[in-house]
Write a protein that binds this ligand. Sequence first.
Ligand code: IMP
Ligand code: MG
Length: 181
Amino acid sequence: MNNEIVLHDLTFVPYISSKKLDEHVKNVAQKINEAYKNQAVVLVPILNGSFLFAADLVRYLTVPCEVEFVKVQSYEGTESTGTVRELIGLKEEHIRKKIILVEDIVDTGNTLTQLKTQLINAGAEHVVCASLLFKPNAYKYSTPPEFIGIEIPNHFVVGYGLDYDGLGRNLPDLYVLKPNS
Ligand code: IMP
Ligand code: MG
């Protein structure tokens, strides 16, 4: 069929157009603009997935904002801690500011929760999250991300920064795994 794309061994079909995504990005920006008005914030996009969302989001922001991209290093901890995720690249001066973590997608919430805890332990007083996509049925924690673009079911999606094993980030639209593929 037309419009299907194949990444590695899987087939994906169109899900949310770039035009629709843009409306959701604008909406998230408006909520941030209203919540912070003239307060300075530092946007901390988590690489790699959030690079497109962050780039589009900041262009709609009117609050005074800095942007500091970070990486997350994941490694296997003890059996009780499971995968440990650690922020790489955030400077001391940013921890003292109002932090908005920028995520492409929040799934189980493990990544977000560990990063928030790490920042708070490092002395941050204000850490919230803006995520373009949120899977409420997969989320394991009580407090959802503060600023959400779109809630989606437990589907695997690619495009607009999100990848399947390294591929698909460059697609302007969002695609979803083709059923029974
Ligand atoms: P969490 O820690 O389970 O919330 O997972 C978040 C991370 O898993 C995201 O930052 C993505 O890298 C990845 N992820 C979760 N769902 C998807 C998806 O549908 N497509 C691509 N990556 C995903
Ligand atoms: Mg990610």
